[in-house]
Design a protein around this ligand. Structure first.
Ligand code: AMP
Ligand code: MG
Length: 415
């Protein structure tokens, strides 16, 4: 078990690729557990197992319309000029069971969702009938219907024994609708991890307090808490920690004990006040890697301590934000049992060129609008928050890449 010290020595020379970093992180991620929830409370969670329907959906053949259940053969020649008279022999509301079967020359009043009476094989829409002015107890049918027209079939949606959801699926409103419709009152889903969020830096001041000379307002904890809530995590935000090895060790050990996973922001680079890696090593933490070949965000540390994962994010606010989205988010989702952990991609068209003159892969913050038009969100330096506040996505630009106006572009979106 190497501490941070030895691992840093090995990894100093080279940065690892983003995909390698993600693979190494996901290889160590474990699901934090499962819990049974009432369906209504499970929105946004991830299913922990395959769900098999114990019913047919629909459960019985039923009417798709308000109208009359008929035998299609009786009305095959019906038209407005040549109405066919049928004897009305009963009525079935939705929720009732049909009492009388439909025999030749008869019909039964039905409504959307009414079980189909035995003997009938089609429903004539109410709009294609005329009840007033007919012989007593009769309905005139003014249009023909094909056999099985306006009927919703038993099990056409889901068959008893059929799979309705898979392990790792996100519980979306549509999935909730289906699971409710096949009668699942409760489901097993991944537990939501508690994420400890620590900001280090002696210059940091809490928003709302007066600033002393040289101090800046702290922003990373706010951004990281909001981002973590977006991916179903419960943030536990700790007080600002000064650049001091003892203080950082104390804060880290509390967070590691209290949380499922911990992120720190700041103090993870090569400056003489960057104590996060040493603090982690002194607590017995094991560094897996340090430095990823992306911009913004090169200084990024990942390791484990007492079975808990630690992500050491850079302090520059945009770097912290981007490394959270690219490297921490996948782990947080996988801890809840999610299968798909990539940022959702939207395909857009550039309305201005995007260039990467650098030698590192650049995640450029952009705006993609509802029409799919993509533009830079503004100046890209990693301390500039105005452009971050205007951005809703990232474009992954390879070193030397030059994307032209009008060209297609993939945007990983978070808002
Ligand atoms: P560091 O990674 O600690 O070297 O910090 C890099 C830059 O980010 C410095 O300008 C810090 O002042 C700034 N910074 C670090 N942490 C935060 C934070 N939590 N909120 C706002 N700015 C920060
Ligand atoms: Mg610092």
């Amino acid at each position: 078990m190497g501490g941070f010290g030895s691992a840093i020595a090995q990894s100093h020379a080279s940065m690892i690729e983003l995909e390698t970093a993600i693979d190494r992180i996901l290889a160590l991620v474990r699901c934090v557990g499962v819990e049974r929830l009432r369906l209504a409370e499970a929105h946004g969670r991830y299913l922990s197992g395959t769900l098999i329907s114990e019913v047919d959906l629909p459960a019985f053949d039923n009417s798709a319309m308000d109208g009359f259940a008929v035998r299609a053969g009786d009305v095959s020649q019906a038209s407005r000029e040549n109405p066919v008279l049928l004897k009305l022999i009963g009525r079935v509301a939705a929720g009732e069971t049909p009492a009388t079967p439909v025999s030749v020359g008869t019909c039964v009043r039905v409504f959307t969702g009414s079980p189909l009476p035995e003997g009938s094989d089609a429903v004539v829409m109410q709009e294609d009938t005329q009840s007033e002015g007919q012989a007593k107890g009769c309905v005139a049918v003014l249009d023909c219907v094909r056999p099985w027209e306006n009927i919703r079939f038993r099990a056409e949606d889901v068959r008893l024994g059929g799979q309705v959801a898979d392990a790792g699926d996100l519980v979306t409103p549509g999935k909730i609708a289906l699971l409710a419709a096949v009668g699942f009152g409760e489901i097993m889903v991944g537990r939501q991890p508690v994420l400890g969020i620590i900001a280090t830096g002696s210059e940091l001041c809490l928003a709302g307090e007066p600033l002393s000379p040289g101090q800046i307002y702290e922003s990373n904890r706010f951004a990281l808490a909001a981002l973590s809530q977006r991916c179903g995590v419960k943030p536990r935000v700790y007080p600002i920690v000064p650049d001091n090895l003892v203080a950082i060790k104390a804060a880290l050990s509390i967070a590691i004990a209290e949380c499922d996973v911990v992120v720190t922001a700041g103090g993870v680079s090569v400056g003489e006040f960057d104590f996060v890696k040493s603090a982690f090593a002194e607590l017995g933490g094991e560094l897996d890697f340090w430095r990823v070949a992306i911009k913004p965000g090169k200084p990024f540390a990942f390791g484990r301590c007492d079975g808990k994962l630690l992500f050491g994010l850079p302090g520059n606010p945009v770097s912290a934000f981007v490394t959270f989205l690219t490297l921490v988010r996948p782990a947080l989702l996988r801890m809840q049992g999610a299968r798909d952990v990539d940022l959702p991609v939207r395909h857009g068209i550039l309305v201005e060129p995007l260039l990467n003159h650098g030698d590192r892969r650049h995640f450029v913050r952009v705006q993609i609008d509802s029409r799919g038009e993509v533009r830079s969100a503004g100046t890209q330096a990693s301390h500039l928050l105005k452009s971050l506040s205007l951005a809703n996505g990232l474009v992954d630009l390879a070193p030397g890449a030059a994307l032209s106006t009008g060209g297609p572009v993939r945007v990983g979106v978070w808002d």
